[in-house]
Design a protein around this ligand. Structure first.
Ligand code: ZN
Length: 269
């Protein structure tokens, strides 16, 4: 199957499935106008698609193909191949994305970019793709460098990216899972109830549950929150200083990392 068709099929399928589930079994009532938020989020998604497609494309897979042709990367130097290389490559990439997310909450310039994602006042499938274009580009460069350093094979990178994309859509979806299902899933993967805590207005909750796919990293690094302080149905989402949707238009979000007036309101702890 063609690589972009594979990505599109996974992305489109999971996006539609989660969107239908949001309408059928929403966890929370939407606080803001969906149309307004969606226009902003879709604007960012469109911009990111154009930015990424025109400049970098499927950079991580391209990097993996290059590393394979040039025979570089730690896995190849240590003769690690077969299923073990696929599994280890996948797990290390997931840990690296967790680390990148954690770092985005620690370094002020990364946080300036990443907080665009946290300024969404509701959570739904569109939030999963709402990122500042510069954060998307930095993320692609980081992933490509890591793929070359490790020498992860192209198939593992392609599968990892598709799974991560699907996981991000699922964890941001406003869906009500039966509590038993949520509990069981959490042992292996992140769930919407788990990730919603990361979007809480309380900084100590925002600085927890960084995972997108495997839930193990938050437990290992002791930043796992089991449940939010307030009810999951009514807890306030977003950042304390940015609670007015009319101030969070597309243009304001795009310039927000460079807006020094906003610096004093930077909150990370
Ligand atoms: Zn975050």
């Amino acid at each position: 199957m063609d690589e972009s068709l594979f990505r599109l099929a996974i992305f489109g399928g999971v996006f539609l499935l989660c969107m239908v589930a949001e309408f059928a079994r929403p966890k929370r009532p939407w606080r803001e106008s969906r149309l307004r938020r969606w226009l902003i989020n879709l604007g960012l998604i469109l911009l990111n698609t154009v930015c990424v497609r025109l400049t970098l494309g499927a950079l991580a897979v391209t990097a993996a193909v290059w590393a394979e042709q040039e025979n570089v990367g730690l896995f190849r130097w240590f003769a690690l191949e077969g299923p073990m290389a696929h599994i280890l490559g996948f797990i290390i990439l997931d840990a690296a994305i967790w680390f990148q997310h954690w770092l985005s909450h620690q370094w002020s310039w990364l946080w300036r970019l990443h907080r665009v994602h946290h300024m969404d006042l509701d959570l739904d499938v569109t939030t999963a793709l709402r990122f500042h274009p510069i954060e998307i580009i930095l993320s692609l460069l980081y992933k490509a460098a890591l793929v070359i350093l490790l020498g992860v094979d192209p198939l593992t990178v392609l599968v990892f990216e598709a799974v991560l994309n699907a996981a991000a859509i699922f964890t941001h979806a406003n869906i009500r899972l039966p509590s038993g299902v949520d509990r069981v899933l959490r042992w292996l993967v992140c769930t919407p109830d788990m990730h919603r805590i990361h979007h809480s207005i309380y900084p100590n909750e925002t600085n927890s549950n960084y995972g997108f796919f495997l839930s193990v990293w938050d437990r290992i690094f002791k930043v796992y929150s089991v449940e939010p302080k307030d009810s999951p149905e009514t807890m306030v989402l977003g950042l304390e200083d940015y609670q007015h949707q009319q101030e969070l238009g597309l243009k304001a979000l795009l310039v927000s990392p460079f807006n020094f007036e906003l610096k004093k309101t930077l909150r990370r702890e």
